[in-house]
Design a protein around this ligand. Structure first.
Ligand code: C5P
Length: 234
């Protein structure tokens, strides 16, 4: 089995990210670089993390007009990242433009196209904050609506919360890759994650990739923590 653990490098400097990445690379399947690290350390840190040989998930959640998002994801593809995120609420045309753009970048570079992952409703939302921004649907209904739109646009993957996996698996084609954060063994503190699953539960529910942040990077021994997560799946 391929290692499905994506370790989030949610640290503020390139030095911290590189130290962590080199330490845990053998125990994980990929690294996630999010807006904190990217905004501080830029494309250089992406190259240096890629140089460890690991796959990179660039989690910048692009949301803009289709033309701008198409160019942004093409830039990401040229960085040789393997996954990236866009907001599905950017609409059908924006998602189609993003997917077409990574396919074109892949043809030009001779590499595989990065997996464009759609983000549906942020887990920080509830019915009342959705209502505030003019969305009358429940969180569940809005997640389903945006997930279906993402598939219609040709996206090959989605980010979802642990508790959305089973429901999405029922309505999505099996080929759609699901990436889920909110992974805990139960032994550590849940931090601010309200809904968590263990790695085994998430895979059994239908997830393909597991994003794990604090339980690895904030552990006393990040390598041992990553190995324990990986071992729990074998
Ligand atoms: O530290 P923790 O394991 O909670 O980190 C989870 C990672 O997944 C963070 O990088 C966070 O930004 C991301 N994430 C999340 N919840 C979501 C979407 C993304 O925790 N709903």
């Amino acid at each position: 089995m391929q290692n499905p653990i994506i370790a989030a490098l949610d640290v503020p400097t390139a030095e911290q990210a590189l130290t962590l990445a080199r330490e845990i690379a053998p125990a994980v399947g990929a690294f996630k670089i999010g807006s904190e690290l990217f905004t501080a350390a830029g494309t250089d840190v992406v190259h240096r993390v890629r140089d460890t040989g690991a796959a990179v998930f660039l989690d910048l959640k692009f949301h803009d007009i289709p033309n701008t998002v198409a160019k942004a994801v093409a830039s990401a593809a040229r960085l040789d990242v393997q996954m990236l995120t866009i907001h599905t609420s950017g609409g059908l045309e924006m998602m189609q433009a993003a997917e077409e753009s990574v396919q074109q970048a892949a043809r030009q570079s001779g590499r595989n196209a990065p997996l464009v992952l759609g983000v549906t409703v942020l887990t920080s939302h509830d019915a009342s904050t959705l209502n505030e921004i003019g969305c009358g649907a429940s969180v569940g209904k809005q997640v389903e609506r945006l997930a279906a739109l993402a598939v219609k646009a040709g996206l090959r993957g989605l980010v979802c919360s642990p508790l959305e996996i089973v429901g999405l698996r029922q309505i999505l084609p099996a080929r759609v890759q699901l990436v889920t954060p909110g992974i805990r063994t139960g032994a550590e503190k849940p931090d601010d994650q309200k809904r968590t699953l263990t790695p085994r539960e998430a895979l059994d529910a239908g997830a393909n990739w597991l994003v794990i942040g604090r339980p690895i990077y904030a552990a006393d021994n990040p390598r041992a923590a990553a190995e324990a997560f990986w071992k729990s799946l074998n």
